[in-house]
Design a binder for this molecule. Sequence first.
Ligand code: FBP
Length: 274
Amino acid sequence: MKNITFSTVGKKLRLERILGKDNKAVVFAFDHAFEHGPSDIPINRIDPKDVVKIAVKNGFDALMTTRGTARATYKIWENKIPLILKITSKTTLRPKEQQLLQSPIGTAEDAIALGADAVAVTVYWGSPYEDIMIKNFLTISEKCDRYGIPILMLAYPRGPNISDRHDPEIVRYAARAGAELGADLIKTHYTGSTETFKEVVRATPIPVLMSGGPRKDNPTDFLKVVRSVMDAGAAGLVVGRNIFQSPNPEEISKAIISIVHENKSVKEASKFLS
Ligand code: FBP
């Protein structure tokens, strides 16, 4: 027991609440009203409570959202689903170039105050502001290490030298850099094939979750991507728009969760879709 710190135990317990017994997770992402603005939020879902209800009712492993939404909706998620507090973001109201910087929008202490099980922090690898985001990450990481809070890093390649955010080698670089910096979980873009995503997973010595991305018109196409990353050894995904912009969020949620947690094929999972 001598070498085990209190925070090591806390971090382990919190990670287990998110990843569960099978070490896999489907996290519901809902920070878009801040990060992208009204264009991302369907008019029938402008009340944040309606979107949080989707995460709670459909068996997601965690809800990732901002501190204001977490507070406004806590009666819906409390004691039902772990909270991952998103503590960096940017708005699209900023000048374009400054959208390459994620600013602090919460703290590790907020996570403790809200009873969250992790924080989520974005680093745009390749941004002219990469240095600021690395420094912010280290400040957050120092506190999280003390308090036993895991950090999910959104490791996104983005900047003037990045022409393709899904380029396998660049995604692999970003994911690995996130792990090297000390993240506990990585969330990053799909690379277009199982083979290349396998390399991302192999190069990254912590669990890798795929980032959902814009909603696909055909939900089966999204299920194929989910199947591909699971075949590549991913620990699951973090998904928002493909769920809350869908006319049938329940169906697509069940289908995704069946692939991740029950190892279903795309064909089997498609049975959930009408
Ligand atoms: P989605 O599944 O909707 O892509 O959600 C994941 C996410 O990372 C959100 O947490 C975030 O707001 C958004 O995508 C960022 O998207 P982008 O980096 O493409 O602006």
